[in-house]
Design a protein around this ligand. Structure first.
Ligand code: ARG
Ligand code: GLU
Length: 685
């Protein structure tokens, strides 16, 4: 009886209709949510969010580069995104003489804005449900082709609900994008990896760009004659500030969630995949950190590598903790039992869960092999270089094209390379690969090569003692017979095998996915109370919620707003991540906040970051955070690490996204950058 009640309790919480603030909704269908949004404080209409007939908010939101979001804040193409989204561009434009990452960059006029070769932004022209057309036999390629009717148009058809619906997305891509401003990293990356995924947070994570167009406002290659792009819509900027309970909406491009996967998939993530990846990355990070602590040059050289390894590493730890805390596997199992009872009388769904589970059993190993290969051998830098050079050799067929390719790839690689670190990592990672990989998957040639040298450690030392691939004067002819290149060649067939399972996530493997389509359809027939939204797939979404703190631990409440006082409290010239610019110290000493001061609690300060309950994911970085009137109040840049299981289960009591307060952005532009002329083209409210 007791067990029955626990079960009932579990089911009841899981089935609660639309967890408060959970969901990432398709803008063209936002009409279905608008009542709920209005109840929570949204003052505008569905047409204001998305319209095909008139300018709407969607015209002010862009895909920035390959994986972020950005937003227009002026009629002249001025664009905001995160510092960590602009990071690559800022780095690309930097040199020893002009270190914009360290010092920041502020164009003082349009002429001083810096073109970023290769950087693009994409605007959504329209989206359209094409499910019927596809079901009637129209080919995706034809639909895509017919949609590309304008300059710079790009189109794709994306499945929603595992192919129960299909949407066409038509984008227009602008390719003349220029850097306008970036704070020094000591502001834009304040807190660095130490504070990443953490609250309280004090990062001024923003950068400023401008999109340029040809005379006709259409995309054009870079030209000094191009004109600032005039967006159909841009956001007005609120200077009124936020307080706990205020409505917030996020408009952006979340990348990848799996809210509807079965207990098998969650168990794999929480008990197999994440723990393996965390353990291997811990080893790599320990090796890198130790070397960094000994040598300042190495610290700088490996800063960006360390950051990107640590970012997902920390996120996965939060995900495992969250999934275990929420007992997501058990809850899903109970949910599946209920579903199975319902499905028992439905011939088309009767065996669905068993079929799915059987497919998982088969698919899981190949998926694990791919993940393990990537996380272990993929972390060995010299091997990755060797692999690139070996595979390009076949493609470019030797010749001068190839030797030029080798020269540029090689010199770029060597810029930030430490053979001592890499050797240590190779020792650890090859050993882990051999220990964890199912024996029959290990290439026989690899085993033979290792045995020939008398063991793993001796083999790795032999590789690093003899390879020429990481010597400064390496040229393409030396690849022949190089031991690192030989290892790359040995691993090539395995790599090819793995490339075949390069799917987005565990539910996206074709063998398994075929079952998700009917499963998803069945869930929607059965679980009528649940508010379904399609998993994130880097298409435009709306999430909404409110500014809110949360109970971090028993008796320990985390306030949703941080201030400049917190920056000063962390400030320490001896700690790299917390060493703020002197100009900020001076402003603080004089309390010279000007119009950016506000009353926070009982003191005068400047607001820096805030927490809210919006359901976001990777890709939402740089997304506009909007108030009930449709004005910009912040830029989204992170979640707390204990929120990250929201990619599989959203928990409204703890899941929080982190944004930089727009007033701090304005303060930094004005007081640190001295670029207040930029505020003149914004619509400040
Ligand atoms: N955690 C954020 C994201 O997933 C920010 C990452 C960049 N910041 C950093 N300190 N590494 O992308
Ligand atoms: N920082 C992430 C990004 O780059 C957003 C954080 C998250 O995963 O929510 O998109």
């Amino acid at each position: 009886m007791k067990k029955f009640f626990t079960l009932l309790l579990l089911c009841v919480c899981f089935l609660t209709p639309s967890h408060a603030d959970e969901g990432m909704w398709l803008p063209s269908l936002i009409g279905e949510r608008i009542k709920d949004m209005k109840r929570k404080g949204f003052k505008l209409s569905a047409e204001d969010i998305y319209s095909i007939n008139k300018a709407s908010m969607k015209d002010a939101v862009v895909q920035f580069g390959g994986g972020c979001t950005g937003e227009f804040v002026s009629g002249e193409g001025l664009l905001l995104t995160n510092h960590h989204c602009g990071y690559g561009s800022i780095q690309q434009l930097s040199s020893v003489e002009h270190d914009y990452l360290t010092d920041g960059f502020w164009a003082m006029s349009r002429e001083q804005e810096l073109p970023v070769p290769g950087l693009t932004v994409s605007l959504l022209v329209r989206m359209e449900d094409v499910t019927e057309r596809i079901n009637n036999g129209e080919k995706v390629s034809d639909i895509v082709k017919a949609a590309k009717t304008g300059e710079g148009y790009r189109a794709s058809v994306e499945p929603m609900y595992y192919g129960n619906q299909y949407f066409l997305f038509v984008y227009q891509t602008y390719r003349d994008v220029r850097l306008v401003g970036a704070p020094p990293s000591s502001i834009g990356k304040f807190g660095g990896d130490t504070d990443n995924w953490i609250w309280p947070r004090h990062t001024g994570d923003f950068s400023i760009f401008r999109v340029y167009a040809g005379a006709d406002n259409q995309p054009a290659d870079y030209s000094k004659d191009n004109k600032p792009y005039q967006p159909k819509r841009h956001f007005a900027v609120s200077t009124k500030g936020v307080k706990e309970g205020d409505f917030t909406m996020i408009y952006g491009f979340p990348g990848n969630t799996q809210e509807y996967v079965t207990s098998d998939a969650v168990e794999y993530v929480a008990e197999v995949s994440d723990p393996m990846k965390i353990e291997l990355r811990t080893q790599r990070l320990d090796i890198i950190s130790a070397a960094q602590a000994e040598d300042v040059a190495v610290r700088i050289q490996y800063a960006s590598k360390h950051a990107s390894i640590a970012n997902a590493w920390k996120k996965w730890q939060g995900e495992v903790m969250g999934l275990r805390r929420l007992k997501t596997v058990e809850k899903k199992q109970a949910y599946e039992r209920e579903f199975a009872a319902w499905a028992a009388s439905k011939p088309e769904y009767k065996t669905l869960l068993q079929d799915m589970s059987a497919s998982y059993d088969k698919a899981k190993e190949a998926y694990y092999v791919r993940e393990l290969f990537t996380e272990s051998l993929g972390g060995i830098e010299a091997l990755s270089l060797a692999n690139t050079l070996v595979s390009m050799k076949d493609r470019l067929k030797g010749g001068t094209l190839y030797s030029d390719y080798v020269k540029t790839t090689h010199s770029r690689f060597m810029k930030n390379y430490s053979a001592a670190i890499d050797r240590k990592i190779a020792h650890a990672m090859l050993a882990e690969f051999l220990k964890r990989m199912p024996a029959e998957k290990i290439p026989a040639e690899l085993t033979a090569a290792i045995e020939a040298k008398g063991g793993v450690a001796a083999y790795v030392d032999y590789l690093y003692d003899n390879t020429k691939i990481t010597s400064d004067n390496f040229d393409s002819t030396a690849l022949e017979g190089d031991p690192m290149a030989e290892l790359a060649t040995i691993l090539m067939p395995m790599r090819r095998e793995i490339a075949k399972v390069a799917y987005r996530n565990l539910s996206n493997i074709p063998d398994v996915e075929q079952w998700y389509r009917p499963y998803m359809r069945a869930l929607r027939e059965w679980d009528k109370e649940r508010a379904f939204y399609p998993d994130a797939n880097f298409t435009l979404r709306v999430a909404y919620g409110k500014v809110a703190g949360y109970e971090y631990a028993d008796g320990e409440y985390h306030n949703p707003v941080t201030t400049i006082d917190g920056i000063i409290a962390k400030d320490d010239p001896n700690i790299y991540d917390y060493n703020i610019p002197q100009s900020l110290r001076d402003i603080y000493a004089r309390k010279d906040y000007g119009r950016w001061a506000s009353k926070i609690g009982d003191r005068e300060s400047v607001a820096v970051c805030f927490l809210a309950t919006n359901h976001t994911s990777g890709g939402n970085s740089g997304s506009p955070v909007i108030n009930g009137k449709g004005e910009l109040i912040g830029i989204n840049f992170d979640r707390t690490w204990r929120s990250t299981m929201s990619d599989m289960e959203f928990d409204p009591t703890i899941c929080r996204n982190i944004s930089v307060d727009i007033r701090y952005v304005l303060f930094v532009i004005d007081r640190i950058g001295g670029a207040s002329y930029l505020l003149d083209e914004m619509e400040l409210k």
